[in-house]
Ligand binder design. Structure first.
Ligand SMILES: Cc1ncc(COP(=O)(O)O)c(C=O)c1O
Length: 417
């Protein structure tokens, strides 16, 4: 059981747990706005990974203490993710990252697809959730259909969905939230439409995972994947799969490896320290909330995260929109969205603006973030987007510094206002 804080945790208490926040760059304290690309890691996560490597390091399923301890720690990590997703431990699969898990799944599921079968993906997605399925065009003769993005609203054209579905649709693969422009999709309705015609569903939950507590039972999806490094953990991917599916899908595996799920899906020796660290990240998030069970503490913590996300996004959105020459993309701050704000400054390359801001200790990602279709549809393939993401450790002062930094860029360069 994790200790239960009596009162809501403050941002200072959260920040004190992240050594990376002590970094100074060019005399400026670093403000990390690159959370959607990967968050910083709290001390407790690193300590648990160190402890594993120093004291329990072994391969699995052998008959001596460190191997037993490794088995136990991996089981405990599956329990942590069962709580994180509202699933059961036997439905949790670990892997290198979301992209590798998606390709593994596509190769395996693809074995049951035939020429002319159809998969629906969306224009709003990260390419991990487009190209993993696109690979089946060549390999299995599957047709890929794209649910379009409305570039004015930053949302998917959901009314087109039913027209894209047919009796040949085998899978609908959708992102829960856009890592490029922050849109949160109505996954539950999309899953329902897919289920009504007997198609499977795969959800890319990478960008939603740090912002909204996932509930696979409520979503009713078949498969879902995310990455711990987006929610204060190490670089590792996690996949949920409905138990019967994980048992039944024809995953390529080596003969001596276990035949039962979830281990039959996990090829080779896993990243044990990463698995331990990912579970520690779940516990870290749960430690920010109150409740009797880990799931309850997570729900409470995510309520806090949501409240902070809304407040910081509004400040970021309003601040940036008052800077001449700045254009913001995606749904407005009061719509269903995550706490990132993507923008351009005049026609300046996002890379150049990012370098200017970095000199002032403001670290932002830029480019297309592998959501290349979104950025192309916005007409920004050459220029790229700047992406400012708010994380648990982001403060109102840092946002103020960012807005001032962008303003300084506008003044020092010839941005047409
Ligand atoms: C929405 C989304 N999907 C998928 C991915 C790919 O995740 P990974 O790096 O774990 O393969 C990312 C990474 O940025 C992402 O933001």
């Amino acid at each position: 059981m994790q200790p239960q804080p009596d009162t809501q945790i403050s941002v200072e208490q959260i920040r004190s747990q992240f050594p990376a926040l002590d970094r100074i760059h060019n005399g400026f304290p670093v403000a990390y706005f690159d959370g959607p690309g990967g968050t910083q890691v709290p001390r407790v996560v690193v300590e648990r990974m160190n402890d594993y490597l120093y004291n329990h390091n072994a391969n699995t399923h052998w008959n001596y203490p460190t191997s037993h301890e490794t088995d136990r720690l991996i089981d405990e990590a599956r329990d942590a993710f069962a709580d994180f997703f509202n699933s059961s431990a036997s439905e949790i699969v670990f892997g290198q990252n979301m992209t590798t898990l998606a390709f593994h799944l596509s190769r395996s599921l693809g074995r049951r697809f035939e020429t002319g079968d159809e998969i629906v993906v969306t224009e709003l997605d990260h390419h991990a959730n487009i190209d993993a399925w696109r690979a089946l065009e060549k390999d299995r003769g599957v047709n890929i259909k794209m649910l379009p993005l409305n570039i004015e609203t930053g949302e998917l054209e959901l009314d087109v969905l039913t027209g894209l579905l047919s009796d040949r649709t085998r899978l609908v693969a959708i992102g829960a939230a856009s890592n490029a422009i922050g849109t949160i999709n109505d996954v539950k309705s999309i899953v329902k439409c897919a289920r009504d015609i007997g198609a499977l569903t795969f959800v890319d939950a990478v960008h939603i995972a740090p912002h909204k507590l996932i509930d696979v039972k409520d979503l009713d999806c078949d498969l879902l994947a995310c990455s711990a490094y987006k929610f204060y953990g190490p670089h590792i991917g996690i996949m949920y799969g409905r138990r019967e599916l994980l048992e039944e899908i024809d995953f390529p595996k080596v003969k001596p490896a276990p035949d039962s799920a979830p281990e039959r899906i996990e090829t080779g020796t896993q990243n044990h320290e990463g698995i331990v660290g990912a579970a520690a990240a779940v516990d870290f998030m749960a430690s920010l909330g109150r409740g009797n069970t880990r799931r309850e503490r997570l729900a409470d913590a995510f309520a806090l995260i949501h409240e902070r996300d809304v407040r910081l996004t509004e400040q970021l959105w309003n601040g940036l929109s008052q800077v001449g020459g700045v254009r913001i993309y995606g749904p407005k701050f009061d719509a269903l969205r995550t706490s990132l704000v993507s923008f351009t400054v005049g026609d300046h390359k996002s890379r150049d603006v990012a370098a200017f801001l970095a000199d002032r200790g403001l670290f932002l990602s830029h480019g297309n973030f592998y959501a290349a279709t979104v950025v192309e549809r916005l007409g920004l393939a050459g220029q790229g987007l700047l992406r400012a993401g708010c994380s648990l450790y982001t403060t109102a002062d840092e946002i103020q510094r960012l807005v001032e930094g962008v303003r300084e860029f506008v003044v020092s360069s010839s941005v047409a206002i």
